[in-house]
Design a protein around this ligand. Structure first.
Ligand code: C2E
Ligand code: MG
Ligand code: MG
Ligand code: MG
Length: 287
């Protein structure tokens, strides 16, 4: 078990290396213990209107504060959590924490939409809409205070069941978003068929758009495609004022990125919001 390796051995999941079943077992028990011992942390990243800088939402991003290894980022344990099914426990935790934060903010008259990431296994969980409805009811939150982000590859794993779950969530009044758009497969057919409201341009394109004309073209075409399909378009990975201005000029609706705010512990968000000054204060970027 985990304590045996004295914390010297990194047992975070690397999908490129096929771990022995021994190591996998040890990581799974570490994840379970992490849940029991409250080692997961809810981080949030602000989401703004690109035309005005108004903060309109936050994305929930989980972190694992490991007693020996310190901060572990989701890319180092989410894939493993998905493989083992532990993700269902984690997703429920994230939804619960996000709902608690949302109702806390509402109590201070801050009305924001919180986005939560779902993975493949969550989409195969047909009880998810009912469980989710129960959380909303307990926190007295409207379904529209949530947006659920899904990736194209999660949908592709089992398109029929994924669509059923998504229809169920949509029927409840929850907004749905396609995350990391442009990096998966078969985006267009599902964009047409699924009840989605929002499309998020993957940060790989946004990060390079100022220097690579091809990335800029992909971003521009994605914004137009989204708008033509009646969707809201969000850019992730805005690290510079230049990228923000370029995206705003292209008509992109919303954005998030380090330039605006890095993911921060949920309990620090209200303070951040109070200090937030839009670079477009008093300036109309639409002109
Ligand atoms: P994502 O949903 O696409 O989230 C955006 C990722 O981009 C986050 O990484 C965020 O910190 C990062 N990011 C935001 N702005 C910038 C920027 O300006 N520059 C750069 N370089 N990066 C930026 P993070 O938090 O490490 O999460 C990585 C991925 O892990 C997420 O990608 C999501 O797919 C997954 N994930 C995170 N939390 C959860 C969760 O609670 N449940 C599930 N199922 N997946 C999660
Ligand atoms: Mg996301
Ligand atoms: Mg993304
Ligand atoms: Mg991503």
């Amino acid at each position: 078990y985990a304590a045996k390796n004295g914390g010297n051995e990194a047992v975070v999941y690397d999908p490129a290396i096929d771990k022995s079943s021994q190591e996998s077992l040890s990581l799974l028990s570490e994840l379970r213990r992490a849940a029991e011992e409250n080692q997961f942390r809810l981080y949030v990243q602000p989401k703004v209107m690109l035309g005005t800088g108004e903060v309109v939402g936050i994305e929930a991003l989980v972190r694992w504060v490991h007693p020996e290894r310190g901060m572990v980022f989701p890319d180092n344990f989410i894939p493993f959590a998905e493989k083992t099914g532990f993700i269902r426990t984690l997703t429920r935790w994230v939804i619960e924490q996000s709902a608690a934060l949302c109702s806390q903010l509402e109590a201070s008259d801050i009305k924001l939409r919180v986005s939560v990431n779902l993975s493949t296994r969550d989409l195969l969980d047909q009880e998810l809409p009912a469980k989710f409805a129960a959380v909303l009811a307990r926190h007295a939150l409207a379904p529209s205070s949530f947006c659920l982000e899904i990736t194209e590859s999660a949908i592709m794993d089992d398109p029929v069941r994924a669509q059923q779950t998504l229809e169920g969530l949509h029927a409840m009044g929850v907004d749905l978003s396609i995350d990391d758009f442009g990096t998966g497969y078969s985006s267009l057919a599902y964009l047409k068929r699924l009840p989605v409201h929002e499309l998020k341009i993957d940060k790989s394109f946004v990060l390079k758009m100022e220097n690579d004309p091809d990335d800029a073209k992909i971003v521009r075409s994605t914004i137009d495609l989204g708008h033509n399909m009646g969707l809201k378009v969000v850019a992730e990975g805005i690290e510079t004022l230049g990228a923000w201005e370029l995206l705003a000029a292209m008509g992109c609706d919303q954005g998030q990125g380090y330039f605006i705010g890095k993911p921060m512990p949920a309990e620090q968000f209200a303070d951040w919001l109070q200090r937030w000054k839009s670079p477009f204060n008093g300036v109309n970027t639409a002109t």
